[in-house]
Write a protein that binds this ligand. Structure first.
Ligand SMILES: C[S@@+](CC[C@H](N)C(=O)[O-])C[C@H]1O[C@@H](n2cnc3c(N)ncnc32)[C@H](O)[C@@H]1O
Length: 339
């Protein structure tokens, strides 16, 4: 886990202006850093230090810090084989001009989509920031954790049943379906499920179903059990991350993937704040949401009885900034109920 100073240095090198955005978190280190780090040569020295600090080490995998316990098996696998996203998406069911007019019916799109032979459409979130302005973000996230999901499922998604919680317009569901899985994706926002149905129609895949469903109504009785459950970008839009992880685990047979924003501290805490449902990536109603710190998240995975889990190591600097700074990360939880 990088220290606060490591994070400040990394953020500075990646994007000096973003220091101002982060000032509320790292106030004490900022003025020192701005005074000390000015010129280009120093910046390149820092880049080298950073690449050493963030080079994935085997020990990072399965590093549960002070949460180690009897019966808990840290995973120490190496890097799984690369998995390429299906990108641009196939364009089967619609002409390029029809796609443009259908996409135009929606004001906001969380992901940009690119279709074979065009068009290539940019994301259009209400709040444009360093997260939503990066149209490669979903592809970078894909290269980060999808190889680990595929590996956990025996090297292929073919014939596997996958649940995509809070699927938005279906980026992950569609990718998993194109890689051979049978997928259920759900989201509480009906307009996002309309978007997902549109993308499904364009791509021409049958093996994915999209549902309008609030997370709180996800049950085994309603949806059945899945080989893999994707809990991506949703934990910190909910009031109770621990309860959400229990619910996620209940739906899974073999593996859960938890990808979440984190509260930046080494302490095991959940930071609550108030979220208004402004953008299509937000909570669906106004209320308290909880950001776990990385160590809190790992304690939670242990508490819900995941027998083996590991944090996906950062393997490249071609990653969104929040992953590089440690403000977001992905965990693979292996259940193996069948064993
Ligand atoms: C940040 S986006 C994440 C999208 C996608 N899972 C990903 O990681 O790329 C959060 C999504 O959660 C959905 N969402 C928020 N609260 C929800 C809830 N209580 N039940 C179901 N979906 C919810 C939003 O509509 C939005 O699509």
């Amino acid at each position: 886990m990088p220290s606060v100073l490591q994070k400040i240095v990394l953020v500075y090198v990646l994007d000096p202006h973003s220091l101002d955005d982060l000032s509320h978190r790292y106030e004490s280190g900022l003025s020192w850093l701005k005074k000390s780090v000015g010129g280009e040569p120093l910046k390149s020295i820092l880049s080298r230090i950073i690449s050493r600090l963030f080079t994935p080490k085997k020990e990072m995998v399965g590093n549960f810090g002070n949460t180690e316990a009897p019966g808990f098996t840290p995973v120490t696998t190496g890097m799984p084989p690369r998995v390429a996203p299906i990108w641009p998406l196939p364009r089967v069911g619609m002409s390029a001009s029809d796609i443009l007019s259908q996409f135009g019916k929606f004001d906001l799109w969380h992901y940009g989509y690119e279709f074979e032979g065009g068009p290539a459409l940019l994301p259009s979130n209400l709040r444009r920031d360093h997260l939503t302005g990066n149209r490669r973000r979903p592809l970078q996230r894909f290269q980060h954790f999808m190889p680990y999901l595929v590996d956990a499922l025996g090297g292929s998604l073919k014939g596997k049943r996958i649940l995509d919680i809070a699927c938005n317009s279906g980026f992950w569901s569609i990718q998993c379906a194109l890689l051979g899985a049978t997928v259920v994706g759900f989201d509480a926002r009906s307009e996002l499920i309309e978007q997902a149905e549109l993308v499904k129609k364009i791509v021409g895949t049958e093996n994915v179903d999209f549902l309008i469903l609030p997370f709180e109504e996800m049950t085994l009785e309603k949806l059945g059990r899945f080989d893999a459950v994707l809990n991506l970008g949703i934990l910190y839009h909910l009031p109770d991350p621990l309860a959400a992880l229990f619910a996620t685990k209940a739906m899974a047979e073999t593996v859960i993937v938890v990808d979440t924003s984190l509260w930046a501290t080494d302490e095991p805490v959940v930071h609550y704040h108030w979220e208004e449902p402004v953008d299509i990536r937000d909570a669906v109603s106004a209320g308290i949401v909880g950001y776990p710190s990385a160590s809190a998240l790992e304690l939670m995975l242990r508490h819900i009885g995941i027998p083996a889990a590991y944090r996906v190591p950062i393997a490249t600097d071609d990653m969104p900034q929040d992953y590089l700074t440690g403000e977001r990360a992905t965990w693979i939880g292996l259940l193996d109920r069948a064993a």
